[in-house]
Design a protein around this ligand. Structure first.
Ligand SMILES: Cc1cc2nc3c(=O)[nH]c(=O)nc-3n(C[C@H](O)[C@H](O)[C@H](O)COP(=O)(O)O)c2cc1C
Length: 193
């Protein structure tokens, strides 16, 4: 039996549209392995049409995979903590914007509300970061979250150091392994790729 069988997972998307495809591949694996997954999206992720796809098409695809409606409002995310909805909450992709808000305690999107509500029960949150300023403006925010209890990171590395010297992106293929260890209170290593 898969270790994911019956695991209650919140799976949140932020607006790093170029990484959606890689994240959806991992989401599909979790569902196939028996996890019960509720999708969550930031306002930006839920509403924005980009060259990477039409929002309504992507949203339908995610709902079809999870067989669950997307939580796309702050009030929809609020019950996550009180109802102990998830064993673990994944934010994949996690933008520089959402990292900054989490580090600062700013809760004004469905994803930041989901994290706040879930973490009040001292349960794990897994972040798969993807941001072009990770080694610049976002570095301090990532550093703060590295130092917070209950936050775990999918290992990340520079994706294109010539063209984007400050960019970091998580290796999404390590998401499942990161989740299994985070569920036991451990950060997967090595963190830096
Ligand atoms: C096409 C496109 C791609 C983007 N890719 C990223 C990205 O990879 N990482 C990132 O941090 N922000 C990216 N952004 C910017 C975020 O979408 C923006 O900061 C937004 O406010 C994030 O909101 P959220 O964190 O609530 O999802 C992108 C925006 C667009 C339109």
């Amino acid at each position: 039996m898969s270790e994911f069988e019956g695991m209650k997972i919140g799976y949140a998307f932020c607006g790093s549209f170029c990484t959606f495809e890689k994240s959806i591949v991992e989401l599909e694996k979790l569902v196939k392995d028996g996890a019960i997954v509720t999708p969550i999206m930031s306002f930006t992720a839920f509403d924005t049409n980009t060259r990477f796809g039409k929002a309504s098409d992507i949203n339908k695809r995610i709902e079809d995979i999870c067989k669950n409606k997307i939580i796309s409002t702050i009030e929809g995310a609020e019950p996550i903590g009180p109802q102990k909805m998830f064993d673990i909450l994944i934010v994949a992709p996690c933008t520089g914007n959402t990292v900054a808000k989490l580090a600062a305690g700013i809760i004004d999107t469905p994803v930041t509300m989901a994290v706040k509500s879930h973490i009040r029960n001292a349960k794990p949150v897994v972040l798969a970061i993807a941001t072009n300023d990770a080694l610049a403006g976002s570095a301090k925010n990532i550093g703060m979250l590295l130092n917070y209890r209950n936050f775990y990171f999918v290992p990340y590395g520079q994706d294109n150091f010539n063209a984007k010297p400050n960019s970091l992106v998580a290796d999404f293929s390590l998401l499942g392994d990161t989740v299994l260890l985070a569920a036991k209170g451990k950060q997967i290593q090595p963190l830096l790729l």
